[in-house]
Structures are given as C-alpha cells and as structure tokens.
Design a protein around this ligand. Structure first.
Ligand SMILES: [Zn+2]
Ligand SMILES: [Zn+2]
Length: 260
C-alpha cells in the first residue's frame, strides 16, 4: 500500500501547498490498482490532477466537514458531472451525513441543471463510529475522534499492512485504538505545546501525537496538518522527545510506503 501526499497544510492551504488530501493506492490479487482518495481539502484538486486523471478514482473517504478536508470536492463534482465520458457512473463518497446538503449549497445545485449533465455524480455513503467497509483490497474501519464537529479517523488494512489516519483530533482513546500496531500512522500535529494550550478538544500537538504513537506501538509516525504559521521543526522535536520510533514530517508530493 502507498500513500501519495497531495496536500498536507493544516487548517488552510499554505504558500507551499494545499490543505489535507492523500491518495491511497493498492494492487489487488489480479494486479488491478485501486485508488482511494482520503480527504480533499482546500486547494487539493489542482495538485491531484498532476498525479492522476481523477476519472481513475475508485472512491473518496472524508474524515470531517471542515473546509480544509472536503471543500475541493466541489471541483471533483463538476469534473464528474460534466466529463466527456458518459460511462463513469457514480463515484462513491464515504463521509459524514451532512455532506450532500453542504455540497449542494456550495454548488448551487438547487437551480436548473443543463441537459446532458450527470446531475447526481456522487453516491453518498454515510459513515458512523465503528462502521467498517471494503473498497477493493482495502478494509476500512471508522472511529469517531475528538474535534469541534463530527469527525473520524480511519484504519485502512490490506493483507498484513495497516495505515492509520488521525483526521483532525485531540488526544483520545479511539485514536490510540485506530493506531494500534499500525505500520504507518499518519497523524496531525496542528498545535504547539504552550502556544495553543487555550484550545482544547481540537488538535494534537507534536507531543500528543508522539505520545499516542508510543502507546499504540506504531511502526512509523508521519506528522502532518502543520499550518503555514508553524515551523515544522517544533512539532517534530516535540514528538521526538516522547517517542523513540521513526518519525517523519510529510511534505507535498511525498510517497509513503505502508509495509511491515
Ligand atoms: Zn484540518
Ligand atoms: Zn478540522
């Protein structure tokens, strides 16, 4: 399993890249490559097109409905609705329940839809805590985490390879359970100890991400969701102070291998 980093800027697109979006690729037993997009935040639909033709996507999973995690679905929706290929079918979008209504409002879909346009390009599938589903060779477990809105993390398993993704969260037991023994723990560290102590129940710091990785016994910790106003070396040092295992700071266009 591989994870392509399309965007990893925390909370909003930054000068060096888009907000959160990751492409998971995995081959099945027949050699077909499956492509699942995990979040599509502000600014991410542009760089996604440098990586692949979006028509090749098999599904999208959305952690929560903050703009830095879902807003560029507006671009993907237009792409799918107006594409010259008429055999694309509906693209499955696994997301919190209000997504369809939110996108419809942003896209002004309540008005007239021109003839020839696929008016329902997305097949919305609601995710809830504890939900499990399969996309090709990928088994996905959903856990609710701690954030100001309904928010989820994902545990993605294929064979004996495990990817854990925090989404946006503060420290919580569900995060540790998602990450338990994962080969790659893609974990946000949007806050800094001290500077952001007045905000609780929103984001992890490098320290809290590192503590979760240590409790969960992960193979590798990859820190992400660093806002433009934060020096990445600070959350990285916080995590290294509390976790002995390999730790990296993700960058746009990185390719992360998920393996034992
Ligand atoms: Zn975020
Ligand atoms: Zn958020």
């Amino acid at each position: 399993m591989r994870v392509h980093v399309i965007g990893c800027s925390g909370s909003f697109a930054g000068p060096d890249g888009a907000a959160s979006s990751y492409l998971i690729e995995q081959e099945d037993a027949d050699g077909r490559t499956w492509r699942v997009l995990m979040d599509l935040g502000s600014g991410a639909f542009g760089p996604l097109q440098k990586l692949l033709d979006p028509a090749e996507l098999d599904a999208v999973i959305i952690s929560h409905l903050h703009p830095d995690h879902y807003l560029d679905l507006t671009g993907l929706e237009v792409f799918w609705a107006y594409h010259e290929r008429t055999d694309l079918g509906q693209l499955p979008i696994h997301a919190p329940e209000p997504l369809a209504e939110r996108l419809s409002a942003v896209l002004s879909r309540e008005g007239h839809v021109p003839d020839g346009v696929t008016c329902s390009p997305f097949d919305y599938r609601v995710i809830t805590d504890g939900h499990r589903f399969t996309i090709g060779p990928l088994e996905i477990e959903v856990r609710e985490v701690v954030h100001p809105v309904e928010a989820y993390g994902f545990r993605v398993t294929s064979g004996d390879e495990v990817l854990a993704y925090s989404g946006d969260t503060d420290a919580c037991p569900a995060l540790d359970e998602l990450a338990r023994g994962a080969d790659l723990f893609l974990c946000e560290a949007g806050y800094i100890e001290g500077r952001d102590d007045r905000f609780t129940g929103v984001h992890l710091t490098g320290r809290r991400a590192g503590e979760s990785a240590a409790r969960a016994g992960v193979g590798r910790l990859a820190l992400t969701h660093i806002p433009a106003w934060t020096d990445p070396s600070v959350p990285l040092a916080e995590a290294r102070a509390v976790h002995d295992g390999p730790i990296t700071m993700v960058r746009p266009a990185d390719i992360l291998e998920v393996s034992r």
